[in-house]
Design a protein around this ligand. Structure first.
Ligand code: PEP
Length: 246
């Protein structure tokens, strides 16, 4: 089933979250026909979990720490997220990589922890503009995928991957659906090489300036098995249009 995920980033207080979810749920029908996921900030997870209960809309976090507990001031562990009802965690988002300096090694630790704790990671990968211009897109993406999955190669079925070219995130300039499809096909090949026994359960999502008007163009390609939506997911009506764009 295709997965349409909202990454709110650092937006919405608790009361704004309540208002959003009440409005969004009015648009939700046949939640069994597609997977719908909201990833609010940590502070909104509790109230979001309460409001989403029984709606069929799932809850996820935008980040996690790899340890279960400990002296890690300001961090949030996976058991904490699970108790709030989170079924997914976004791992290695480009803002985590490039603003907060997360390395492939740290991202790998988080992926491993997610699998150990039984929460589904959405691993984000994607090249910078300079990589694309240098013809390095496939090399960069392959390295990110292989490093993130190091040691958990047999468990790729329990992971989804979001291909998010860095130059397309929050810029209003999406990749062309054809360019996205080429990278999605390539990631599938890398996954086959990493885990020949995989049952094909890893979905490859596209993310980067997805809006209601361009979502149908992406979703008409079977290789695009979902979307990770930032800016346009902040408005419940716009996000619902994207959710029902196919
Ligand atoms: C994102 O945050 O993952 C994202 C794709 O953002 P935007 O849709 O705003 O480009």
């Amino acid at each position: 089933m295709r997965l349409i995920a909202a990454n709110w980033k650092m937006h919405k207080t608790v009361s704004e979250t309540q208002d959003y979810i009440k409005r969004f749920l009015k648009f939700v029908e046949h939640p069994e026909s597609r997977e719908i996921l909201l990833c609010p900030p940590f502070t909104s997870l509790y109230v979001a979990g309460q409001l989403l209960e029984g709606s069929g809309v799932k809850l996820g976090a935008q980040n996690c720490h790899y340890e279960k507990q400990g002296a890690f001031t300001g961090e949030v562990s996976i058991p904490m997220l699970k108790e709030l009802g989170c079924e997914y965690v976004i791992v290695g988002h480009s803002e985590r990589r490039h603003i907060f300096g997360e390395s492939d090694e740290l991202i790998n630790k988080k992926v491993v922890a997610c699998l150990e704790e039984g929460i589904r990671p959405i691993l984000c990968v994607g090249e910078k503009l300079e990589d694309r211009e240098a013809g390095m897109t496939f090399k960069v993406v392959e390295a990110q995928v292989r490093l993130a999955l190091s040691g958990v190669e047999e468990h790729t079925d329990s992971i989804d991957i979001a291909y998010e070219p860095v130059w397309a995130i929050g810029t209003g300039v999406p990749a062309t659906p054809e360019d996205a499809v080429a990278v999605h096909r390539f990631i599938k090949e890398v996954l086959k090489d990493i885990n020949p026994k995989a049952r094909g359960k890893t979905r490859i999502l596209y993310g980067g300036s997805v809006k209601p008007h361009n979502a149908p163009e992406f979703m008409k390609h079977s290789e695009i098995e979902g979307l990770l939506v930032g800016g346009a997911s902040l408005d419940p009506e716009a996000f619902a249009q994207i959710v029902y764009s196919f």
